[in-house]
Write a protein that binds this ligand. Sequence first.
Ligand code: S3P
Length: 177
Amino acid sequence: MNNKKLNNIVLVGFMGTGKSTIAKALAGKTGKQYISIDGLIEDREQQKISDIFKEKGEPYFRKVEKQIVKEVMTAKDQIVDAGGGVVLDSENVDVLKKNGTVVCLWSDPGVILERTEKYSHRPLLAVSDPESRIKELLDQRRSFYEKADFHVDTTDGNIDRAVREIEKIKEYEQKVT
Ligand code: S3P
């Protein structure tokens, strides 16, 4: 085992790429603990993410997110479900990569639109033209998501395949480190 990585797997990627579903499935399969950074932010602030954005603003949300990332990444044997914007802060990326294997999920914009349209809890997509917003944010963030250790395409929505692919990544990493 690569001790430096504390046996953590961190899922990053844009909203609607399946991070939560896949992280929960991976946790179930591996027996590791499922950790949601967004969930911990809501617990700490006693507020929904959309209300934090509305009442305290995005910079405040990012500050809490950064603090939680630091705290979470001191523990081991976790499947960490990180919010879509966590990679925008390079110190977050450093902490996540130092203490975990960072896997970025990627899906085509059209599929992201379909998946995110069903839910209203994402403040960044609560705009009149979410399709353009998704494309704009994906373009802005592409270079940040590229910093992940590995990438998995989840456009087809096949959870089992994505889980198997991530397990293989972990096996490969343990062999080469
Ligand atoms: C965000 C993604 C959300 C949440 C917040 C900001 C982003 O998490 O952290 O609304 O900047 O992409 P999910 O990716 O889990 O929806």
